[in-house]
Design a protein around this ligand. Structure first.
Ligand code: SDX
Length: 438
């Protein structure tokens, strides 16, 4: 709920231009906002905030992050409690509908999702157009966008029923599509989903089973994967969520908007960081492992090197990312279950973390491990290839993107997003004949 504050902001100009009073709104928790919607109309001026460091793009009831305290709430519930007491589909229900389901609603929602896990048989022909070594995120961007070609009955984003069935289909089919991308890269046959399995168990079987033998889901890995999905489900107005909102604001169909989110998440500064982090750890390991950490850290602190400690730092968290803590615990559980507690990369990661947290460069910049720092290690231990890490992030984040998209579309105040600019290019000039051009 947006509440008008008693406090107003006054904007005045040193050249004597008319001052302007700006309303301030308070939320439930977190920073107040200064409403500048009338600024341009009254002053002929824009605000300037590339990267949106001080800009709220919307009001939302879905996810709240307290960057200073290192807190993350989905619909008010702390991520630590959800990770311990709920499963991913409960979390999907929570993000989509605003509260956790009772037993009856829980069973009905789980059944609806599980019964939409198959994709149209034609989808496999999209994969055949790719080389076998195509990056899974290139494949997934294509496949998710292609889904809109199969569901003409649910592409009107302004129809609540269409949004509802599109949400179920996307949540249900992402694991199938990610597993198909993996099987295609392996040259193995696709495994069809099985309705008696859990969401995470189904994904594991579609990934790792073959038609040649029965497959038994390891419950420790199943729980760990389900928790990884929970930790990645939503995260306020991050780059890919803002992309989905902006894309959906044109009225395009939900599948196209989610495909835009997949494409944005791919970047190494965002969801691609888990893949980049694992590659970084393997590179340090090749250089000599823990003995070479000091040398690597010097590169990171040398601005000219362009080297970053991937999996560290965050635009909002200026304290420990609570998801990184939970991911490290999950790492311990999985590595112990698989007899890999001496995994050299895990030891290297913990050594890097210890050194970074005691180093002035990182302390001064409030750089802490984020969700991507440990997620790669646990996924690699499960047998997921590095190139698939971001696709799994996209799988888990699909529900957050949909919930945020639906919230925007359901907001009577929403308009198509159309930012302005500070123009610093050439003012109007005449075209010269070719012979007179420099
Ligand atoms: C995700 O927004 C979200 O919520 C995203 C996400 C989600 O769930 O959706 O949480 C998922 O994307 C997590 C972030 C994953 N990215 C990485 O791990 C890549 C490495 N991290 C950095 O690229 C960086 O920290 C960002 C992009 C995450 C945040 O960048 P900001 O907020 O723009 O901060 P910045 O780049 O201005 O950094 C501030 C300072 C700079 O130094 P100075 O210019 O002040 O001297 O810290 C330095 C940066 O150079 N810095 C790092 C660093 N991150 C920031 N130096 C070394 N290693 C790093 N990782």
């Amino acid at each position: 709920m947006m509440n008008l504050s008693d406090v107003k902001a006054t904007l005045s100009f040193s050249d004597g231009s008319a001052a302007m009073e700006l309303p301030i709104y308070k939320g439930t928790i977190g920073p107040d906002v200064i409403d500048i919607r009338k600024l341009y109309g009254q002053t002929g001026k824009f605000t300037y905030d590339p990267g949106f460091l001080s800009t709220a793009s919307c009001n939302s009831t879905i996810t709240y992050i307290d960057g200073d305290k290192g807190e993350l709430l989905y619909r008010g519930y702390p991520i630590e409690q959800l990770a311990e007491k709920c499963d991913y589909l409960d979390t999907c229900y929570l993000l989509l509908y605003g509260d956790l389901p009772n037993d009856g609603k829980r069973k009905e929602f789980h059944s609806r999702v599980i019964n939409h896990t198959m994709v149209n048989e034609q989808m496999q022909f999209f994969l055949r157009g790719f080389r076998r070594d195509a990056h899974p995120m290139a494949i997934l961007t294509g496949l998710v966008g292609a889904l809109s070609a199969f569901y003409h009955d649910s592409t009107d984003i302004n129809n609540p029923q269409h949004r509802e069935i599109a949400a179920i289909r996307l949540i249900a089919k992402m694991p199938t599509l990610v597993a198909m991308a993996y099987k295609y890269s392996m040259g193995q046959p696709y495994m069809y989903p099985r309705n008696e399995l859990s969401y995470a168990g189904n994904f594991m079987r579609m990934m790792f089973a073959t038609p040649c033998a029965d497959y038994t889901v390891n419950p420790v890995i199943e729980r760990a994967l389900d928790r990884i999905f929970i930790l990645h489900a939503d995260h306020e107005q991050n780059a890919s969520t803002s992309t989905v909102r902006l894309c959906g604001s044109s009225g395009t169909n939900p599948f196209a908007a989610i495909a835009a989110g997949v494409a944005c998440l791919w970047g190494p500064s965002h969801g691609g960081a888990n893949e980049a982090c694992l590659n970084m750890l393997e590179e340090i390991q090749t250089m000599g492992g823990v003995a070479k950490v000091g040398e690597f850290m010097n590169q990171v602190k040398d601005k000219n090197s362009g080297v970053k400690l991937m999996g560290f730092g965050h635009r909002v968290y200026k304290n420990y990312d609570p998801r990184a803590t939970l991911m490290r615990q999950t790492c311990h559980e999985v590595l112990n279950e698989l007899g890999l507690h001496d995994d050299p990369l895990f030891k290297l990661a913990m050594s890097l973390e210890k050194i970074a947290l005691e180093d002035d460069y990182f302390v001064a910049r409030k750089l802490y491990p984020n969700v991507d720092f440990y997620s790669g290690i646990v996924q690699r231990a499960i047998g997921i290839p590095v190139s698939l890490f971001t696709a799994i992030f996209a799988l888990a984040r699909t529900v957050g993107w949909i919930a945020q998209l639906n919230e925007m579309i359901a907001d009577p105040e929403y308009k198509i997003g159309r930012p302005r600019q500070l123009f610093v290019g050439a003012a109007s000039r005449d075209v010269k004949p070719v012979s007179e051009r420099a």
